[in-house]
Design a protein around this ligand. Structure first.
Ligand code: IPM
Ligand code: MG
Length: 363
């Protein structure tokens, strides 16, 4: 019997629609290969949603997304919205989606494909075989803490204010995700915070220590200051298995880890809640400078689709197959501009999609 799944597509801005088109071609092929009927619903998020509806994520779109089985998201943002009010900015739509669906666990794997080991800014020996998982808290911390704002003081000068805030419950649930993930890998967690200067970091460290002692004695735990973690990532990245960290440090560390793998154009992510659909999006942004030209690398979007298959759609074998197809397309020498190397075949966004589909095969 054919199963059916509802997929929400939020392509967003910039290169979002181009890379989403390739992910949809792969999704349709997976549907044929695994006899699954994917029903696709398209919605607007980010600057395009603001232009159309006056809001970067409408209640209607959010409601449809919440009822879907998985949400694929391209990218949001662009220079044309730089002066838009803060709560109407493209990024606000993404943050609302994360917050309202309570997507607290952001999984950002940084894996170096063998074919791309020379594309990294680090020497090959430091990155070959690299396989790190960053587990980033996504629905709290300084991104959402109150009070926040820009206020004018009595003397007319201004103060900009954001609040770093974590409850025990918020630390507990993201910590358990990191330890559970580690158990499926090399059973090592490095927890990154700034316990040396921030009370929220000290409490984070205490809580993570207690959870490990009580429930995960089989997983090795190391605490690392977030600045040192950034340094270690460029010094000797292969020392890490799972990195557990908060929202802001996770934003920074995942960009560092991404570059180790050769290109931001290769990195997928999954944002998961306790229940309901996950959001699957590339770590890279909307790349307005190359939008609409067929230059973007669709790999991160397609690898995000693989994560959706694995974590929201119960299709682990299909996820493995898509990931293997991406690796094989690289191995066969197909490259978008961001990862182009001597002797390889330079292809467009669609050309890369074709190369990956070729590797996926037909029924
Ligand atoms: C990311 C992005 C977002 C973030 C922006 C677009 C709001 O940088 O997902 O890493 O800061 O979380
Ligand atoms: Mg970021």
């Amino acid at each position: 019997m054919t199963t059916s799944k509802n997929i929400m597509l939020l392509a967003g801005d910039g290169i979002g629609p181009e890379i989403m088109a390739e992910a949809v071609r792969v999704l349709n092929r997976v549907g044929v290969l695994y006899d699954v009927d994917f029903t696709l619903a398209e919605g607007l998020i980010g600057g395009c949603a603001y232009d159309a509806d006056g809001t970067p994520l409408s209640d209607e779109t959010l409601a449809i997304a919440a009822k879907s089985d998985a949400i694929l998201l391209g990218a949001v943002g662009g220079p044309q919205w730089a002066k838009t009010a803060y709560d109407k900015r493209p990024e606000a739509g993404l943050l609302r989606l994360r917050k309202d669906l309570d997507l607290f666990a952001n999984l950002r794997p940084a894996q170096c494909f063998e074919a791309l080991a020379d594309a990294s800014s680090l020497k090959r020996e430091f990155v070959t075989g690299l396989n790190i998982l960053i587990v980033r808290e996504l629905s709290s911390g300084v991104y959402f803490g109150e009070p926040r704002g820009i206020e004018t003081l009595d003397d007319g000068s201004r103060v900009g204010l954001n609040t770093q805030r974590y409850t025990t419950h918020e630390i507990d649930r993201i910590t358990r995700v990191a330890f559970d993930m580690a158990r499926k890998r090399d059973s090592r967690v490095a927890s990154a915070e700034k316990a040396n200067v921030m009370e929220s970091g000290l409490m984070w460290r205490e809580d993570v220590t207690a959870i490990q002692a009580a429930d995960y004695p089989d997983v090795a735990l190391e605490h690392v200051l977030a600045d040192n973690c950034a340094m270690q990532l460029v010094k000797n990245p292969k020392q890490y298995d799972v990195i557990l960290t908060d929202n802001l440090f996770g934003d920074l560390l995942s960009d560092v880890a991404a570059m180790l793998t050769g290109s931001l154009g290769m990195l997928p992510s999954a944002s998961l809640g306790a229940s309901g659909p996950g959001v699957y999006e590339p770590v890279h942004g909307s790349a307005p400078d190359i939008a609409g030209q067929g230059l973007a690398n669709p790999s991160a979007m397609i690898l995000s689709l693989a994560m959706a298959l694995r974590y929201s759609l119960g299709m682990g074998a299909a996820a493995d197959k898509v990931e293997a197809a991406v690796a094989a397309a690289l191995q066969a020498g197909f490259r978008t501009g961001d990862i182009m190397a001597d002797g390889c075949t330079k292809v467009s966004t669609k050309g890369m999609g074709d190369a990956i589909l070729d590797q996926l095969g037909h029924t």
